[in-house]
Write a protein that binds this ligand. Sequence first.
Ligand code: C2E
Ligand code: MG
Ligand code: MG
Ligand code: MG
Length: 278
Amino acid sequence: YAAKERGGRHRAYTPDLDTRAGEQARLAAELRTALEAGQLSLAYQPIVSLPEGRVVSVEALLRWTHPERGAISPAEFIPVAEETGLVVELGAWVLRTACAQAVTWRRAFGATAPERMSVNVSVRQLAEPTFAGVVAEVLAWTGLSARDLIVEVTETAVFDGGQALRTVKALHELGVRVALDDFGTGHSSLGLLQTVPVDIIKVDKSFVDRVTQAGRHAVIATALIQVSNGLGLTAVAEGVETADQAAELHRLGYRFAQGYHFGKPVAEPDFGAALTRA
Ligand code: C2E
Ligand code: MG
Ligand code: MG
Ligand code: MG
C-alpha cells in the first residue's frame, strides 16, 4: 500500500478527491458492521441457454442496503472491501449463502433448478493460500458438489503473482469450474487462456452492446466465440438486453447468455417464484 499512501499525499491538494477518500473510509467502516447488521444480501440472475432461454445456471450478486443511503452498488463497495481486506470475510459469506441456496433450490425444484451456481471472487480472496480450502469446506458443509460451482474471476486478478494462479489451479483440481469474467476488457486476455485452467469465458457486455451493428464489436464477438469453441471452452455473453442481441449472438454460435432481456438479478424468493412459473 506504499503507492497508495504516496497517492494520498497528492490527493490532499485536490478537495474533491480528498472528500472522496473520506467517503471511502466511511464506507469501509460501515461495511464492517453491515454483515452483522444483516444489511447484505444476494441477488440472483439467470444464465440461460440460447435460443430458448432455459435457465442453466445462476450468478449470485452481492447487494448492500444501507439504512440511510439505500442500495449501494457492489461496483462502489467491492473495491473498498478489497482494499481493506474485508472482502475475504464477505466473500466467504457470499460463498456459503450462494452454495446453500443452490442446494435449497435443488431440493425444492429438482431438475427445474439451475444446474450451477456462479460466484464472483476477488483477487484478494485468490491471494489467500487458504481460499481453496475454504471453498472445499463450504462445499462439504452445504452438500453442493464441486462441479456445480463456478467461480468467476476477473482476468487481471489472475495476474497477481503466484498465489492467485495456484489457487485457481487448486479450485480446478477440486472440480470447481473457473470462469473469466468481463472477458476481453483486461490485458492479454488470450494469453491467459494458455496458462490458466479456464472452463468458461464471460464475454463482456461492451461487445454485446453493439453486436447487432456491423462493426468492430461484432467482429470481436465473433472472434471470441471461435477462440472459445476452438479451445473447448464455454462462452457466455454478458449484458444481453434485447431480443435482437440474443438472436444475433445465437446466429454467431453463442449457446449461453445472461442479461436483463432474460432476467434481472432478483432476491430470493422472487428467483424461486420465477422458476416455479417456468
Ligand atoms: P459482474 O460479475 O460482471 O456482474 C454483472 C453485472 O452486470 C451485475 O452488476 C449485473 O447486475 C449487471 N447486469 C447483468 N445483466 C445486465 C444487463 O443486461 N444490462 C446491464 N446494464 N447490466 C447488467 P452488479 O450486480 O452491480 O455487480 C457489479 C460487479 O460487482 C460485478 O460484475 C462483480 O464484478 C462485482 N460483484 C458483485 N457481487 C460480488 C461478490 O459477491 N463478490 C465480488 N468479489 N464481486 C462482486
Ligand atoms: Mg460476474
Ligand atoms: Mg461480468
Ligand atoms: Mg463486471
